[in-house]
Each structure stands twice: as C-alpha cells, then as structure tokens.
Design a protein around this ligand. Structure first.
Ligand SMILES: [Zn+2]
Length: 343
C-alpha cells in the first residue's frame, strides 16, 4: 500500500515510518514497520549552533549580570538552542529552529550553500522537540523556496497549523512529518536516500509551552530525541522537569547526552529579581542540588554530558565562575556556539 500525500500535512495515523521514496511521500505497511530501521551508518557529528534558553544571551530587555557582561564581551554572546546533526558530514538535520537561526547558519560553514550551486542548502530537515517560541520561530527564516522535511510530534504540528504564518513554508516543499513516540525513524535526504541517522522521540516530564498555558497538556509538549548512528547513541533533552525512572533507563550508557541546563538553582530567577517563577514552575529541573541534573545523571554511565538550553541568568555560562568550575569538576561541559561533538 502506497499513499501519496498531496499536501504533506500530518495525519496522525500516517506518521509512523513516513518517508520519501522517489518524489512520493509514502507510508510503509504495518508489516514493514515491525522491523526497526537498521542502526544507521556513518559517523555522528553534532554542532551546537546556539545553547541559550529563550531570550538568548544577551536578552534584548535584560540588564542582569550575565546579559550586561555579554553586551561588553561579544565572545560571551549565545543564541537560543539549535543543534545540527549529521551522519555523513554533508547533509544536516537541525534540532529545533531558534529565532537566531539565520545568524547561526551564517556562522556555521557546514550549513552554507555548496559552491557552484545558485540555490542550495545542506539542511535536509528540521526535527522539533516542542512548540516553544525558541524552538520554532526560526522556521520562518527557512522560507525562500528550498525543500527540506519538518519532523515534529502531532501536537506541535497542530500548533504550526493553527498559526498560518508558518504556511510561508510551502507544504509542497516542506512536508510536515508527524513523529510517533517510541518508534525509530530514519529521516530521508532530498534525493530519497536514507540519512544514516536513526531518530527515536520519547516523552520527557515537562510542561506545555508558556503561550499555550491553559490549553490541555499533552504528551508532545516536551520530548527528547535519541540519535543513533552505527553503535553510537546520543540523546538530546533540552527541557526536563524531573528524571523519571523511564528517562534514566533511556539515558543509561549513552555516548553523549545534551541535557536541560536552564537554571543553576530553582529560585535563581526570583532571587535575581527577573521573574516570579521557579524552574519547576517553568518545567525545568535545576543543575545543582540534591534533585538537580548533576546529581540525577551521576552514575548512569554516560560517556559525555553537556548542558544546553542555558538561561542568561545561569552563572555556568561564564567561565571563571565557581558554578562553572563545579559543573566541569562533575564531568560536564557547557555547550557554546560552534562546538562540535563526535561521540
Ligand atoms: Zn539577563
């Protein structure tokens, strides 16, 4: 059974194992999907285009210590979190599309159009982990008529569909592919060959996007991604309210984990006078403390641990602070723009 999708828009049932074959968007038969994709081929490369949380560093209207320092010192500046991942070093998938994406692409030679092609991009697709503004607004910068695939949970695709400005990404050029949680898929390249990268989305304890509070929380509001290439396994968890036993099992033994580093302490933004909200209220566990991420991920046998999605109030963003030293002493790294990881 092959179904042609005329519009590329999601049909939750069509989500599983959808892919490109020739110029057709097809759904594989259930019989074919029982076997998960092969473990992928190539060598995993991940570049952090930006690692800041919503607002970036500096944030336009913020005069906190971190934002003032970043205005004085350009090397401290950091865009909102977007990662680029590749299995072949030639084609790249973005994980989230931050409002800073245009500048982040300019600063990343791997993502520039190939020499000799008038219109081209190595970006083969975008995979979203939620519907927060800092994860989706950069999609608007990817208009201009180049094809790529957009992968997201059906709840996130529903948000994009409800906001017609995202229709600047013509469905004919940018098919929207629903992700089913727990089902591995291998994103396709523009020539319909497989990317060598196997992706599995999974639910993470969290909360609905700020601008959607009042709407019913749903499983797609906060997801993590597992990336597999050959024997290598990396995980991306940009937002996490607490480490559930299921999540701990998934992280255990990974080669590389990018984890929610939004806040150093739960009341950090309140004490700095920046907000009335705790980290927990925003759906983020803090880095420090007995229930924090450093303690929770200790002992899971993870080879490389990296904090991403760092709020501008977080002192670990500034090398030389005692908090930065504690993170490094605990075996973690703090992601900065332009870092590359080859687990
Ligand atoms: Zn600030």
């Amino acid at each position: 059974m092959i179904e042609r999708s005329e519009h590329g828009l999601e049909n939750p049932e069509a989500g599983r194992n959808a892919g490109w074959h020739g110029n057709q968007h097809v759904r594989l038969r259930e019989a074919e999907v029982t076997a998960p994709p092969a473990a992928g081929k190539g060598r995993l490369r991940i570049i952090t285009l930006g690692s800041a949380a919503g607002g970036g560093l500096p944030q336009w209207n913020c005069n906190c210590h971190g934002c003032r320092a970043a205005r004085r010192n350009p090397t401290l500046r950091n865009g909102q979190m977007t990662l680029a991942v590749s299995a072949d070093g030639e084609h790249w998938f973005l994980i989230n599309a931050s409002p800073d994406l245009r500048q982040q692409i300019i600063e990343t030679p791997e993502l520039h159009p190939r020499n000799g092609a008038l219109r081209h991009s190595p970006i083969a697709g975008v995979i979203l982990t939620g519907s927060e503004v800092d994860a989706v607004a950069g999609l608007l910068s990817l208009r201009e008529g180049t094809a790529f695939s957009l992968y997201a949970h059906p709840d996130v695709l529903a948000v994009l569909r409800a906001n017609s400005i995202f229709d600047v990404l013509s469905p004919g050029l940018v098919p929207r592919m629903p992700i089913a949680l727990g089902k591995p898929f291998e994103p396709a390249l523009p020539d319909a060959t497989l990317s060598g990268l196997v992706v599995t989305a999974f639910p993470v304890p969290g909360k609905v996007a700020l601008y959607r509070e009042g709407a019913d929380a749903s499983e797609g509001d906060t997801i993590g991604l597992e990336l597999q290439c050959g024997e290598t396994r990396a995980l991306v968890v940009p937002a996490c309210a607490r480490l559930s036993p299921e999540l701990a099992d998934r992280l255990r033994g990974a080669d590389l984990v990018f984890f929610d580093g939004t806040l150093w302490t739960d009341d950090e933004m309140i004490r700095a006078g920046l907000s009335e909200k705790t980290g927990q209220r925003m759906g983020h566990m803090s880095i420090s403390g007995p229930d924090g991420a450093m303690a929770a991920l200790e002992g899971l046998g993870i080879r490389q641990k990296v904090f991403v999605h760092l709020n501008n109030s977080n002192p670990v963003l500034r090398a030389g602070t005692p908090e930065h030293a504690r993170v490094e002493d605990a075996g973690w790294r703090v992601a900065a723009p332009g870092m590359e990881f080859t687990p």
